[in-house]
Each structure stands twice: as structure tokens, then as C-alpha cells.
Design a protein around this ligand. Structure first.
Ligand SMILES: [Zn+2]
Length: 183
């Protein structure tokens, strides 16, 4: 168990890791819906499945990319610097999107980039923030790991909403709205 630096509570760091994994899956699902929309699912929907899985890995990537693989708990760069650079992940998403339907690997790459961007979005509200352009910026809303349930719920809701919009023209969303409309 690692203590949270901000307030020395016991759960923070690990809980955040879990939140990044769960929101990575959500990003992968939303990205896969876009891949389906672009007709880039591949044989037996293989590239679509790869997109979902790559979303999971992308969701934690900004953190594990800064680790030196053969040295435990050692980083090659400062935490939340180059691997958390927003324009880098946006460029990756853009490039992967441009190659959808032409190169098979662009589908999983798109999922990976979507997962990475969600990771940055989740890191953004806590005090350390993320490097948007040159310097780090923080929304200063909560400490790392302190709003995980909320963050995960919002991301999953957004992912389902995006998938429904892209694949079914928001059919299920409107049905759900109608269900709650008793006027
Ligand atoms: Zn991070």
C-alpha cells in the first residue's frame, strides 16, 4: 500500500490506478464504436476488439510509460511530464483516426490514444495537474484518488452515450429519457 502524498490517506495511489484501468475500458468501448462507424472493424471484428483492449492499456499508459521496465519504481522522467503531454496524445489520436480503414494497426492505436487522453482528463482535476502545453495546469478540484467512483461513473456514462449515439443514433438514450418522462 502506498500512501497518498497530499493527505497521507492509505488508498489514494492504488485507487487511482484502478480508476485509470476502469476508465480505460470505457475509452476503449467509445473508441471501438467510432472504429465501427468508420468501417474499420477488420476480419471477425478483430481490430474492433483490439481497440477495446488497447483502450485499457492506454488508460494506464501515461503512468507506466514513465517507468524504467527493468528497475522497480524508477522513472526515466519526472512524474506527469512528457508522458502526460496533452498535445502528444491528441496528435496520436488524430494520426490514428486518419489511418483508420487504411492501416489495421490504426484501430488499436486509436483506442490506445483515447485511453491515454482519458487518463490525462482524470489527472487534470487533482493538484499536480497535467502539462497542457508548456507548463502543468490543474483544475484543483480534488486530490488524486478522492473522486474515483464519480469519475469512473461519469466516464462509463459518457462512453455508453457516445457508443449509442454513433451506432444507434441515440435510440436507447431517447428511450431512456421517455421512460423517465411521466408528464
Ligand atoms: Zn497519470
Amino acid at each position: 500500500m502506498i500512501n497518498c502524498k497530499a493527505c497521507s490517506c492509505k488508498f489514494s495511489v492504488l485507487a487511482s490506478q484502478r480508476a485509470h484501468e476502469l476508465t480505460g475500458w470505457a475509452a476503449g468501448i467509445a473508441a471501438a464504436a467510432w472504429v465501427i462507424r468508420q468501417g474499420a472493424v477488420g476480419p471477425y471484428h478483430l481490430w474492433m476488439l483490439a481497440t477495446v483492449i488497447a483502450g485499457y492499456f492506454g488508460g494506464t499508459a501515461p503512468d507506466w510509460l514513465e517507468q524504467i521496465p527493468w528497475r522497480k519504481n524508477k522513472r526515466w522522467c519526472t512524474h506527469r511530464t512528457i508522458t502526460h503531454w496533452v498535445p502528444g496524445w491528441v496528435a496520436l489520436l488524430y494520426a490514428a483516426n486518419a489511418g483508420l480503414g487504411t492501416y489495421w494497426f490504426c484501430a488499436p492505436l486509436f483506442g490506445f490514444a483515447a485511453g491515454g487522453l482519458i487518463h490525462l482528463l482524470i489527472d487534470w482535476p487533482n493538484p499536480l495537474g497535467v502539462p497542457i502545453l508548456w507548463s502543468r495546469h490543474s483544475l484543483k478540484l480534488w486530490k488524486s484518488g478522492h473522486a474515483d467512483s464519480f469519475v469512473v461513473a461519469v466516464c462509463w456514462f459518457a462512453a455508453i452515450w457516445i457508443a449509442d449515439k454513433l451506432l444507434f443514433g441515440s435510440l436507447h438514450f431517447y428511450r431512456a429519457l421517455a421512460f423517465f418522462d411521466w408528464s
